[in-house]
Design a protein around this ligand. Structure first.
Ligand SMILES: [Zn+2]
Length: 421
């Protein structure tokens, strides 16, 4: 196994130092025989961890595979991603989650951890085999019907009760379906002007309010996917102040983009939950800095061309995000490296109970890390993405920061900004 000496690297923005990677871990001592990487001007972060990725395999390999999504993740600085269950077939059995887990191991570019469905077929009628998925080789700890809300409160309560036994988590896509029927975008001034059916903020806030009460009642762990409104932040703030075991994520696009973009009718801006107002974006940024929102998660949602390059009303919601997440967060938070590591690596790893990721890069820690050039600027070119899909809202946008290298247990997955395999 090759050793690497990262010469002159800044670990989390600290003074430049040399970082030795040997036998898969951060090492000390002489660097005899190590390959030397000139890391002057580069910042080392613990490898990023994404709790919300759609890898599309099995079923929509034309949009993404575990391998292409893993490569996109590595290029984005990630060393672990959690694969959502809305595949075809749905990841609602031990067999399917083990298949996804095994495909991730075979690709070997990031640690792929499957998320199991809460309900059979994501249909919201009957609990899936949560226990069988938890005890499978994939060791599932997070369950979500993402794409759909677990709308039935009795089913949600039972799911929370079930996972409590093994400290599992229910990750909710908070959307009261009766309030979003036919919705095309955020309900507000812009939707009124465009004459499009709106997705009201209260449809998200009402479910979060209900579910934090259920989680409090049961004493279980709840995670809220892709929080998108200022009102949701207030519900979470109150719940956390009471000690409810709730965590929450925000996507890079909800930290940067607003519903005004829908006026272009370009379906690349169609996403669920929808882009909200500038006031919401402001509240989400503040909540992320404060920690009311715990983490950034991509909601990387690749779609085939025919599902995205069509009329707005028929386009599927979602954006690719793995390869642009860190640059977008850098543009929002600035070079606050410790905060970025906290929100994109340490806390997601801690929420998921994922050991070996999200470390402080101390001697002896597994060498799961990424090297970023903060001075670089990049114009996003969809044709250069490693994802099999091209539905990025940032085409032609200049973003700060370039991921130069990524290491998974001491093996480079990305060098010189290019995937190693
Ligand atoms: Zn979702």
């Amino acid at each position: 196994m090759t050793s690497y000496l990262l010469r002159g690297v800044s670990v989390l923005g600290a003074e430049p130092t040399d970082l030795l990677i040997r036998d898969g871990v951060i090492a000390s001592g002489p660097a005899t025989g190590a390959d030397i990487i000139d890391a002057a001007g580069l910042v080392a972060l613990p490898g990023l961890v994404d709790l919300h990725t759609h890898l599309r395999e099995p079923g929509r390999e034309d949009a993404e595979t575990v391998e292409t999504g893993s490569r996109a993740a590595a290029l984005g600085g990630y060393t672990a991603v959690f694969a959502m269950a809305n595949t075809s077939p749905v990841a609602d059995t031990a067999g399917v989650v083990e298949q996804v887990w095994r495909l991730g191991r075979e690709a070997g570019l990031v640690d792929v951890q499957p998320i199991g469905a809460v309900t059979v077929g994501l249909a919201g009628k009957q609990l899936a085999e949560l226990g069988a998925m938890a005890t499978s080789a994939a060791g599932v700890r997070i369950f979500s019907d993402d794409g759909h809300c677990v709308a039935d409160p009795r089913l949600m309560r039972r799911a929370l009760e079930y996972v409590k036994a093994f400290d599992g988590i229910i990750a909710q896509h908070a959307e009261e379906p009766r309030l979003t029927e036919g919705a095309q975008m955020h309900e507000g001034e812009v939707s009124t002007r465009l004459g499009l059916t709106g997705w009201p903020a209260v449809a998200e806030e009402a479910i979060i309010a209900r579910d934090v009460l259920l989680a409090e009642h049961v004493g279980s762990r709840l995670h809220i996917c892709h929080v998108s409104t200022a009102g949701s932040v207030e519900v979470l703030r109150q719940a956390k102040a009471r000690g409810v075991r709730v965590t929450a994520e925000v996507t890079p696009h909800h930290l940067l983009l607003t519903d005004e973009l829908a006026a272009s009718y370009d379906p690349v801006y169609k996403v669920n939950p929808p882009l909200r107002t500038a006031k919401d974006v402001h509240a989400l940024r503040e909540a992320l800095v404060e920690g009311v929102i715990d983490i950034v998660a991509t909601d990387h949602a690749p779609h085939a061309v025919e599902d995205k390059e069509c009329e707005w009303a028929y386009a599927r919601p979602g954006m690719v995000g793995l390869e642009t997440a860190l640059p977008v967060v850098l543009s929002v938070l600035g070079e606050r490296w410790d905060l970025i590591a906290e929100r994109m690596s340490r806390t997601p790893a801690r929420i998921a109970g994922l050991t070996g990721h999200g470390t402080d890069l101390a001697v002896g820690d597994p060498a799961n890390l990424t090297l970023v050039d903060p001075s670089a600027r990049r114009v996003v070119d969809p044709s250069e993405l490693a994802s099999r899909s091209r539905n990025t809202p940032y085409a032609g946008t200049t973003l700060p920061g370039r991921i130069v290298a990524t290491f998974l247990r001491g093996e480079p997955t990305v060098l010189d900004g290019k995937a190693v395999k």
